[in-house]
Structures are given as structure tokens and as C-alpha cells.
Ligand binder design. Structure first.
Ligand code: FES
Length: 154
């Protein structure tokens, strides 16, 4: 079995400077650990010849990195301008109601993490919702119960 540090080093070999591979390296670490633990930052830093603080700083900037344990599924609702104009707030409220949590929380059974998100790049087809990083568009409040039921069934 290939060790995480070896995978990261193999990716870093494709870049002129090892530090430039920080984004793909963090992705590999997140896949390995489920989220970015302190150990993950130490491993990435060691493989890239940088510091855990540098890696944490990069990871904390991007929504795609998990700094805490997340649910088995993630639901992200774009609430930026274009989606807001077509009812993103109502879609977010529908998810909150259906899941019994508020944005930023994970259901007590650990199955779903709910988040609001910045523009997901599908502005003409709002409201855009990313479920496990796959887009559904457009989503209306009345679509939400079926989406949640689908996730509960696995
Ligand atoms: S504003 Fe929602 S996808 Fe761009």
C-alpha cells in the first residue's frame, strides 16, 4: 500500500517547486483522513518542505477543505447574488427545516453537513446546490424533502 507521504511526494515531483503542490497534497490528505487533522498538516508539510502553519493557512482559505469532521454527505447551498434573487434563502431554510440543523452544522447521526456557500459558478441556473460536490440545479424549496430522503436512504 502506498503511504500518503509517498503519494504527496509523487504529486509534488510534477511541480517546479514542491510547495506549489499544496492544494493537491491537501486533497490527498483529506481523502486519507476524512478531514484535515493536525497529523495531516504535519505530513503534508513534511512532504512539501514547508510548515504545518503554511498548509493550514492555505486550507482555511478554501471551502473545499474540511478542518473538522464532516458528515458522510455534505450539502452546500449557494447564497450569492444570482441564487439569492431566485430564492436561495428559502432553499437553505427548507434544508434546515428538513434536517433539523442550521447551516454550518452536522446532523446528530453524522450523516449530513449543511453549509451555505459562495458562488458555485452556475449563476444562470440557481439555486445551485452541491451535494457531495456534485451540482443540482436549479433547486427549489419543494425539491428539498426528496433530496434529503434520497441521502437518508444512502
Ligand atoms: S450566484 Fe449561485 S452559482 Fe453563482
Amino acid at each position: 500500500m502506498v503511504e500518503l507521504i509517498d503519494e504527496i511526494r509523487a504529486v509534488a515531483d510534477r511541480y517546479p517547486e514542491r510547495k506549489s503542490a499544496v492544494i493537491p497534497a491537501l486533497r490527498l490528505a483529506q481523502e486519507h483522513y476524512g478531514y484535515l487533522t493536525s497529523e495531516a498538516f504535519r505530513e503534508v508539510a513534511a512532504a512539501l518542505g514547508t510548515t504545518p502553519a503554511y498548509c493550514r493557512g492555505i486550507a482555511s482559505f478554501y471551502d473545499m477543505f474540511e478542518l473538522e469532521p464532516a458528515g458522510a454527505h455534505t450539502i452546500e447551498i449557494c447564497t450569492n447574488a444570482s441564487c439569492a434573487l431566485v430564492g436561495a434563502a428559502q432553499v437553505l431554510e427548507a434544508f434546515e427545516r428538513e434536517l433539523g440543523i442550521t447551516a454550518g452544522e452536522t446532523t446528530p447521526d453524522g450523516r449530513v453537513t449543511l453549509r451555505s456557500a459562495e458562488c458555485l459558478g452556475g449563476c444562470g441556473r440557481g439555486t445551485v446546490v452541491a451535494i457531495d460536490h456534485r451540482y443540482r440545479e436549479p433547486v427549489r424549496p419543494e425539491d428539498v424533502p426528496a433530496i434529503v430522503e434520497e441521502l437518508r436512504r444512502g
